[in-house]
Design a protein around this ligand. Sequence first.
Ligand SMILES: Cc1cc2nc3c(=O)[nH]c(=O)nc-3n(C[C@H](O)[C@H](O)[C@H](O)COP(=O)(O)O)c2cc1C
Length: 410
Amino acid sequence: MSQSNLNQKNILILMSGSIAGYKVCSLISQLVQKNFNVKVAMSASAQKFVGFATLEGLTGHPVHTDNFEPGQAMEHIYLARWADLILVAPATANTINKMSQGVGDDLLTTIFLAHDFKKPFLLAPAMNTKMYLHPTTQKSITELKNMGVEILEAASGVLACGEVGYGRLLEPHLIYDEVITRLKEYSPGMDLTPAPSPQKLMKVLITSGGTQEPIDDVRVITNKSTGKTASIIADQFSNAGFDVTYLCAETAVRPVLNATIFTFVTYKDLDQKLNSLLPNGYDFIIHTAAVSDYSVAQPASGKIDSSKDTIEIKLIKNPKLINKIKKLSPKSQLVGFKLTSQATSSTIEAKINDLFENAQCDYVVQNDWIQVHSSQHVFNLYSKKDIQKNLSITDLSFALITLSLNKESL
Ligand SMILES: Cc1cc2nc3c(=O)[nH]c(=O)nc-3n(C[C@H](O)[C@H](O)[C@H](O)COP(=O)(O)O)c2cc1C
């Protein structure tokens, strides 16, 4: 059978409410790029983690959520019939336990009850280790296996809750491989080339930390940016399978996970590094670096004599580096960061509009200096149409991953 026949296969993904939901977006993107027909049904909890717009944008189909939606009351039967393969991913402890007991109180569990076991039904658990090893969950997994459900289990790893152990969602490219293997088994003779590794899917450039402007050979003017926010965002993007380039100040916090790292010191240095990196075709650029607005007009050589009571240093305004990013990389989506200092809402609005208009930012993340050192360090994420307010750094990272997946790879 030809490749095009295989690619007409219908895959139904049932998403339940886990923090690993964003990773399934990357899997869906791989399947759709290979021309599979993908539809998604979500539990009520899953809708809190991933937005409809992302899934509709990726699959080209409306998302199914409700057993009792007018005109769609038989959807659980139609979807179960439509699918050549059903995959629950991420599968929560709750949904696993309900499915094993034959509970049918939402669309996901009702689809499971309507499933014809002549076709493959796969399930990829994602949860905290204690939930995963709980006797109820383990018993349910065994019962589901006995029914013919294929459980896609990951080896142990770092979990979103910070623990290390079992329960981590299998990496999206490995789920992809399992899906293809099952489709081949159930439809022998089909030919499918493997998906590209997810690392090749999307390239992201993240700038981080603060520039240093020399006053003389030993002194600098700098700022308090640590690069911590950028390092966390970089790790979340790496974890989601992106190819991450991290352009950071030499002193900035580095990501823990794999990223290609370049460093800068001064404004001029950062400018040059951007000039050489931006033609690389990044899909998504997150510019968090705190770039000096001024540089010293003429840094002194050696060390300025410290015996004088006063000295004058002339500073010259630097052009905004963010304003050149879209000019050098017009196809990239650009995220600008704006740190305000107890600004009024009209001042914040003006600064954000400036980034949309002059830097051609697609998204702007705003936070206020007063909150940076508090335990409630939150971010507001602006698009031209919407605002997502009071996001934690984890929520912000997931929101950015979701937005980046809404655009095709360059
Ligand atoms: C931030 C957050 C993250 C969660 N992550 C998981 C998870 O990874 N796995 C899991 O089994 N439950 C997780 N839960 C709990 C489920 O969302 C909860 O049990 C819910 O009722 C599951 O409903 P569903 O199975 O219908 O989607 C999480 C809850 C919250 C608030």
